[in-house]
Every structure is written in C-alpha cells, then in structure tokens.
Design a protein around this ligand. Structure first.
Ligand code: ADP
Length: 589
C-alpha cells in the first residue's frame, strides 16, 4: 500500500482514515469514508483501484471536476478517462473502444449515465472491480445538495453482475445523511470510517461590518498575490461586486448560472490556471473545482446552512497551506435566505431548511471557537478543542482571576532579593536551566519552575499586569516588589486579568514556513506555469503549492533529493523534476 502511495503520488504516509478505507476496499467490504475537504478522499479509491485488477468506476455528480481528476491521474502516469455530456461522439467512441481493450484503470461518469441503456450494455462488457460514489452526501435526501438522479442510479449499480466493491466518500455528512448512505449502499457500520471534519490549516473569521464593500476591497488588496473566491448569494450581487472591483482596478473573473457556457468555462479556466487570482461567484461555482491553492474564501453574504458554508469555505487551502475563510453578513442576508426558504414547496423540507438556517445564524452569533462550532454541528460527539486562530478565539479574553499566579511571581521576586530583569524572572518561573540561572543558583529556589505549565508569553503577560497595577516597580529594566504586593501575598487582595489565549503565537511559529525562499518559490511557480501551458494541464496537477514550498525550502538539486519530497512520485520525478532541478540550480548559482 505504502509503495503505491509513494510510487504514484509521491507521499510518504497516509492521512487519517485513508489506510482503513483502502484496506476495507481491498478486503472487499462496502465502506463509507467521511474525510474533510482536502483530506485526500480521491487516493482512497485510487490506490485500491491501482492494486486491484479490473476497472474502477468513479461516479461523481460533478461533471466539471472529471476532466481535472483525469488530468491529475494522467499527470501521474495513470490511465484514466471520463464519459460525460461534454464529449463529442467521436471522443466517446474512442474511450469506449479503449475501455473494451482494457486500456483504462479508471473511468469517471455522472449518475445520469445510468439512464442510458447503451452505457449499461457497455458496463456489462467490462471487468469492474471497484465502484466509488464520490460526493456521496448528494444521494441523501437529508443532504444539503440532494441529487435525485444520483439516488436513482444506485438501483442500477446494485444490479450490475460484476463482483465489485463499493466505496462512498463525502466531506460533509450529518448523522442523518450518514445513516441514509449506509442504508442505500448496504454499508455495515463497522466499515464507516469517519475522521474529524476539522481542517487544521483553515482560519475562520467573521466580520459583521456594515461597510462590507470597503472591507472586501481592503481584504482583497491585503491578499493581492493570492488566489481567492468571493461568494455572493445572487447573480445581481456578483455583477454589482464585479463593477466595484472594476472601479478599484482589481483584476477578476465572475461565475454564475446566468452566464453562457463558453464564458463560464473560460472564466473558470483562467482562474484555475492562476492567470487571474480573484473569482466572484454564486454557489454555482466550485462544486466542480479542484484547485488546491485557493488561499482565501470570502462569503459576502450569509449562506443558507453550515453544510454549504463549510463546503464552500473548505475550498480554501486544499493543499494544507494556511488559508482563511471570512464570513461577512448583514441582517438583510437573513431576510433573503428566509425568502428563498418560503419558495420551497415541500413543507417538511421547508422546516428542515429553517432549522438549518437557524444553526447558520447561530454560527454568526456564537462566542465559541468557530471551528469547534462547525465540528460540533457535524459530529456532536467529537471532543472539541479551541482552534486558537479563529476570530472568536483571538478575541477570547476571559476575565481571569490570576491571584495564584501573582503570588508565585511575587514570591519569586522576593526570594531573588535584588532587582532582577523581567526576562530572568520569566525563565526562573518557567523552569529553564541555563548558565546564568545555574551560576546564580536560581534553580535552587523553591519558586524555580512554579509556572512551568504556562507559555512564556502568558507569564510575561501576568508580569505586565502586575506592573500595570503597581504591585511591581520597574527601574532600568529590572523589577522589584512594591509594598502593596504584600496584600496579594497574604491573600487580602485578589487580582483579575484578561487572559488571552496564548496558543496562538505558538501555532503561528509552527505553521509559518520562515525558511521558504520566496523569490525561488515564485521562480518555481513560473516554471510550473510554463510546463502546465506546454502540457495543457492545470498547474497544480504538476505539483501542489505545498510541494513547491518544500522545493523552495529544501532546494533539492538532484533526483535523489527530489524523491524525498512530499508530492514527488516516480512519474513526476522523471517527467517534471528535471525542469525544477534546473531552475533551483540556476537560482542557487
Ligand atoms: P478531497 O478529500 O477534498 O477530495 P483530494 O483527494 O483532492 O481531497 O486531496 C487533497 C490533496 O491532498 C491532494 O493534493 C492530494 O494529492 C493530497 N493528499 C492526499 N493524500 C495525501 C497523503 N497521504 N499525504 C499527503 N498529501 C496527500
């Protein structure tokens, strides 16, 4: 299993859930995988597909995604094809002939194909060993994106005569949706693999500003080198935002159902190819987009439910690089969503939608961690932790009684006797052993390491509070206790503070790649762009932004060094790496 992962995809280790899903499929058990967007669902059916003999049939409701998926596989040296309504009949014929000749390992099709007798006849003549239902939430009535034709296709699939295994995959499944999928596809509960819906690299922000336009322009300008999607609720809103961006001379494209097909395709293509960085769109855009380097998703209006929101926002950062999801909203948006709901015919569906909208509104009002709120919505049993970086976590200043910590700090200062530098006090309390501390015998103090469970930034923040309140005096950079400190030490006086979540700084330190050579990175992006144009495939199918960042950090100059990098498999090593090695060598020279 591991060697297939490295050989074809260039990755060293499986992500959570992947191995178990692959093993289930190899053992012939129908299995359901609920993995977050960007969690690597495709590999879950691609690896068993490569390991089993016969064809893997991938059913996907997203016609526009098929080409990218197939391009991606071909770019890794895997034979794949798709059949959908966008192909000319001569192209369809060619693929059918190829299928009958056993030329392909993967075939992507839309559910509607199962209505065609000719297609079913073709399937009967093929050797199918695995059938993957991608975006499986669309088969459930309880899902936010129910496709009746997808549900109907199941009947036909299940009556196919082959000895095949079923795998269903989705990112967004509430408990009801999960149960529905299992029942329809006969998946036993022990073969449901669910990993956390959490996306570690996403930073969720809410901005209820009344000056949305101004804020949007500011935001785009702050991220002018990055790819981003702005979602608006209506076509009219998309058009009017486009005018605003034109006035600001911000290069962008738009996408909504009212545009003609050629324009939509062209706009999507320039965005995916990184020719234009900003896309303004309704929710008609995105379901079919497999662009991994989207750095931000802004919702200019309130979406109808958290499933839609998480799915759309989740289009940011599929390559695991830090990315942002900003939600702007106003009360007007709520009225518009309520209006949409009232146009729904079916009363029970109307109720369901109202309930979901209320949860969405709840998200905008909560003071809890935003990531945790979303996770809790999808899986009420998951243990929640604060993400430390969403707009709520960053603002989370709790009124905290720091008297115990204050006592420890003050006694430490008293024990040291002479005025001492703030940083030294912090180190002693944190329990750090260095030469200066050993030399002064501070490690022998009873207060040594008393606050070792705190971040140094938290300890410093406590010291600052004591200084601010006059319990400590600072002179020439050294601190000593004021008389009033006695009241705290004896317990006659309490002291409160606003205790900021200190995890934030620590996380930033880990996730920012400060050794990435930005100039080299942009050179490598140019190399990728040129290569992608020559090969007529999207840039990210060659290497993801994440892999390019690793190149720009580690600067590999030989194939032996390249193969060690995440995202470099044998095929890409042979076909694409020489160009990147050359660029890195030139750059270093
Ligand atoms: P999704 O779950 O949204 O369908 P994809 O299958 O498109 O996600 O995978 C997202 C990205 O993660 C792709 O670039 C893919 O190559 C990468 N990926 C998948 N599995 C792994 C892995 N085990 N290690 C590193 N990257 C991986």
């Amino acid at each position: 299993m591991e060697h297939v992962l490295k050989e074809y995809f260039g990755y060293e280790a499986f992500r959570p859930g992947q191995r178990a899903l692959i093993q289930n499929a190899l053992d012939g058990h129908a299995t359901l995988g609920i993995l977050p967007t960007g969690g690597g669902k495709s590999i879950c059916y691609q690896i068993p597909g490569l390991m089993k003999s016969g064809l893997t049939l991938v059913i996907s409701p997203l016609i526009s995604l098929m080409k990218d998926q197939v391009d991606s596989l071909n770019a890794s040296g895997i034979k794949a094809a798709y059949l959908n309504s966008t192909l000319k009949s001569s192209e369809t014929k060619k693929i059918e002939t190829g299928l009958l000749g056993g030329e392909f390992q993967f075939l992507y099709v839309a559910p509607e194909r199962f209505n065609q007798k000719q297609f079913i006849n073709l399937l009967y003549r093929l050797d199918i060993s695995l059938i993957a239902f991608d975006e499986a939430h669309c088969i459930s009535k309880w899902g936010h994106d129910f496709r009746p034709s997808y549900r109907e296709s199941i009947q036909t699939v299940l009556t196919l005569p082959h000895h095949f295994t079923i795998m269903a995959l989705t990112a967004t499944a509430t408990v009801d949706v999960k149960e529905d999928i299992c029942e329809l596809l006969h998946i036993a509960s022990q073969y449901v693999i669910e990993t956390s819906t959490k996306r570690e690299n996403l930073k969720f922000l809410i901005d209820p500003t009344y000056q949305k336009q101004k804020r949007l322009i500011e935001y785009i300008n702050e991220h002018i080198d990055d790819s981003g999607i702005i979602y608006a609720n209506t076509r009219k809103q998309v058009e009017s935002l486009s005018e605003v961006l034109n006035m600001e001379k911000i290069n962008h494209v738009i996408y909504h159902a009212g545009l003609n097909k050629a324009v939509k395709e062209e706009n999507q293509s320039v965005f995916v190819k990184d020719d234009i960085k900003v896309m303004i769109a309704t929710n008609a855009f995105g379901m079919g987009i497999d662009k991994s380097n989207v750095r931000y998703v802004v919702h200019y209006n309130l979406p109808q439910d958290l499933e839609s929101y998480y799915q759309e926002a989740g289009r940011a950062g599929r390559d695991s690089v830090e990315s942002e999801c900003l939600l702007m909203y106003s009360d007007q948006d709520i009225k518009l969503q309520q209006f949409f709901i009232e146009t729904t015919q079916d009363e029970s569906i109307q109720e369901l939608k109202k309930e979901k909208l209320n949860k969405m509104i709840g998200y905008t009002k909560t003071k809890q961690c935003l990531q945790a709120t979303i996770i809790n919505y999808f899986n009420p049993n998951e243990h929640l932790t604060k993400c430390g970086k969403c707009s709520n976590c960053l603002q989370a200043t709790e009124n905290y009684n720091m008297t115990t910590e204050a006592k420890k700090i003050l006694s430490c200062i008293v024990r040291i006797k002479t005025p001492v530098h703030k940083l030294m006090i912090t180190k002693v309390l944190h329990g750090e052993l260095d030469d200066a501390i050993k030399h002064a015998d501070y490690d022998q103090l009873s207060t040594f390491g008393l606050l070792k469970n705190y971040d140094t930034s938290a300890i410093q923040s406590f010291i600052e509070t004591l200084l601010f309140n006059g319990y400590i005096i600072e002179q020439n950079g050294r601190i000593y206790c004021h008389e009033s400190a006695r009241k705290i030490l004896t317990g006659d006086q309490q002291i409160m503070t606003y205790y900021k979540n200190a995890n934030y700084k620590e996380r930033v330190k880990i996730t920012t790649m400060d050794t990435t050579d930005e100039l080299l990175l942009s050179t490598l992006k140019d190399v990728r762009k040129k290569l992608s144009e020559n090969l007529s495939i999207p840039p990210f199918t060659i290497f993801s932004d994440h892999t390019l960042q690793l190149f720009a950090t580690k600067k590999p100059v030989s194939k032996d060094e390249m193969i060690l990098i995440d995202g470099v498999g044998s095929y890409k090593l042979k076909h694409y790496c020489p160009k990147f090695i050359e660029a890195i060598k030139n750059y270093s020279a």
